[in-house]
Design a protein around this ligand. Sequence first.
Ligand SMILES: NC(=O)NCCC(=O)O
Ligand SMILES: [Zn+2]
Ligand SMILES: [Zn+2]
Length: 531
Amino acid sequence: MSTPVKKVPIHLQSSQNRLLIKNGKIVNEDDIIEEDVYVEDGIIKEIGRNLIIPGGTRVIDARGRYVIPGGIDPHTHFEFEFMGTTTVDDFYQGTKAAIAGGTTMIIDFAFPKQGESLLDAYYCYREKADSKVCCDYGLHVALTSWSDRVKEDMSILCSQHGINSFKTFMAYSFMLNDSELYSVFEHCKNLGAVPQVHAENGHIISKNVDKLLNKGVTGPEGHEMSRPEEVEAEAVNRACTIAHQVDSPLYVVHVMSKSAGFAIKQARERGVQVIGETLVAGLACDGSHYKNPCYNHLAAHVLSPPIRPDKTTPQFLMNLLAQDILQLTGSDNCTFNKNQKEMGAKNFSKIPNGVNGVEDRMSVIWEKGVQSGIIDPMRFVAITSTNAAKIFNIFPRKGCIAIGSDADVVIWNPNKTRIISAKTHHQAVDFNIFEGMECHGVPEYVIVNGRVCVDEEQLRAVQGHGKFVETPVFAPFVYDPEKLSDMRSAKNGTINEIELSNKLAKVSSISNILMVFKIHSLIDRTGAEGV
Ligand SMILES: NC(=O)NCCC(=O)O
Ligand SMILES: [Zn+2]
Ligand SMILES: [Zn+2]
């Protein structure tokens, strides 16, 4: 006897494959147009008015909404074994939360365990992620040592496995020295890959940690005290110098301070091809939480480089994004629960480093950037999606609303608000560093490869719906500045004339050269062209 075939009602069948988004304002990095978007089989097939579409197509009315490319978070750590424990957001929960907030692709880091080869680390991450991801994902690979074997594996990863970026460290026990960084950057340049750097001076930090612990400073406040911003800026400057010597591009991850941002500005002015990423944590959180007497509250905010005590830093970083001195934003989502953070109860240097952000990045940046008048919706799209797609060489497949692009689309209501809370977020972590923040900008629909995964604000993410996306080498954005200038929009966003007073940032180099950088009035839009 044959099993009766269950028939899916026709309207449900077609809504999986065909979708018309009507009456919205399409925002790309360089323009805003009022046209409809037709999606079929996961791809944007048509853009225009009065489109002729097949019967049975689901229609979403986006009147009064923006239709934007899904966010690309270039910096997450799901299922990451770090500092003696593992992050609580795995590839399922992490990507589900990403989608809830309007992010439709993440790029994580394949991290080799001690003694593990880069290739094995890559296979291990593919194994962990492939069956779990609800949205597409890519991988950077972390370099925790340097050898001929590492060099060879980098070449294989680029030529055979769709990897085009490698993260190096100037801090933590696995940091590389200057000579190793020189070799890595040079090799990346030959491969057409993007060398990334975690820029903090690890030697100074470890001296400071010892000194603080000896003085009896054991609480979480010691974390920030051991890594002041000049320690970040010195490393940024040194990494830029090394990259310049070998003529390689450089991507500085998680820029968290004014001094580091300024070091990037200076490097770009002297011709270093440096790309700067900042974090939603740095754009929204200031040092006010350092006054909180609760260990758990403080420990929950510990990440590296740290959130700066200076209250003006978040807006300063947003201004750098408006100016194109920084190009993109990540979350560095690296989440540990209360009991894991308690590993550092007697010694701040043992607090697992990391915070949340993958879910809230889009709304928080909209609130702090667009709602506050520092950037316009086009620049928002550039710093949350398009630039990541360009840097990691998946543009225009991702990062824009265009015919032929993947249908990763968000229908964004700029007038709705929501209040962020750990009680309502979709992440596994038990704390939210943006707790209580009211944000304008709500993703009412999130379409992931053509599938409606947030539907009228209801999350319907599907485990395994995402795929690994290869990132090819020699991204034009990074390696071909001429093509880049054609590709790059002249519009860098409308920004308020926020006068930043001249400030002095002291940056000391490892060789005891004291450089004093004068921070110019950074917010001069016309002056930004030459940055
Ligand atoms: N940033 C942080 O504190 N944790 C994640 C690891 C890293 O990105 O350095
Ligand atoms: Zn890092
Ligand atoms: Zn990170």
